[in-house]
Design a protein around this ligand. Structure first.
Ligand code: MG
Length: 209
């Protein structure tokens, strides 16, 4: 969070500050470096941070709404996981419910997005599975899922519940045997009031086991 108060230079710094001080210990780049090209030092640090991102052997994602939520939210996320070698299971509703994407629709959307090599924008999809969750509500009661989903979820090491209904209204405090992530936007004033937030706040809750 950024402070609202005015910021001033520390008075103990040698002056002129511009030529005597730089808040950077490692020389990532020197003035003669091409500003449009990453330096080897920058690349090595980017790789260091990249490799520190946790990797997961299998991830199950409960998809929610059709449209932009899926195309611009879930699928780029799933594609990035696939690119990193993770098995991704997309679980979709069995039957239509409000604007949630259904299992048959998800199969159709994914097949249309794949190219002739079966790839999603250059990423192999052999580790991408689509499951019928058996659910027919805009919320998710995880005591009642399909046997297919239960079987596929067995070895998951991250479960993702996306959307206000699945991620906030029904499972925000759900505890799992594996890591979990609940993501959603608060779209009901009652939910905002209960959580002590504001309408249209974004919620992301990550639980590590
Ligand atoms: Mg929904």
């Amino acid at each position: 969070m950024e402070s609202n108060s005015d910021m001033v230079p520390c008075p103990l710094l040698l002056t002129p500050i511009e030529s005597n001080y730089k808040a950077c210990t490692i020389p990532y780049r020197i003035p003669s470096d091409n500003p449009k090209k990453a330096t080897p030092t920058e690349i090595s640090w980017i790789n260091l941070f990249y490799n520190a991102i946790p990797s997961f052997k299998s991830v199950i994602i409960f998809v929610d709404n059709s449209g932009a939520d899926l195309i611009l939210g879930i699928l780029p996320f799933a594609r990035e996981l696939l690119r990193r070698g993770t098995k991704v299971i997309l679980a979709a509703n069995d039957l239509p419910s409000i604007n949630d994407i259904t299992y048959p629709e998800l199969i159709e959307v994914i097949s249309k997005l794949k190219d002739e090599k079966g790839q999603l924008m250059g990423v192999d999809t052999s580790n991408l599975l689509i499951a019928n969750s058996g659910i027919d509500l805009p919320v998710i009661d995880l005591t009642r899922v399909s046997e297919e989903l239960a079987y596929l979820a067995n070895d998951a090491d991250l479960v993702v519940l996306e959307g206000m209904g699945p991620g906030i209204e029904t499972n925000l405090y759900a505890q799992f045997k594996c890591d979990s992530m609940k993501i959603g936007m608060v779209k009901h004033p009652e939910v905002a009031q209960f959580l002590g937030g504001r309408l249209y706040d974004f919620v992301l809750k990550y639980n590590e086991v």
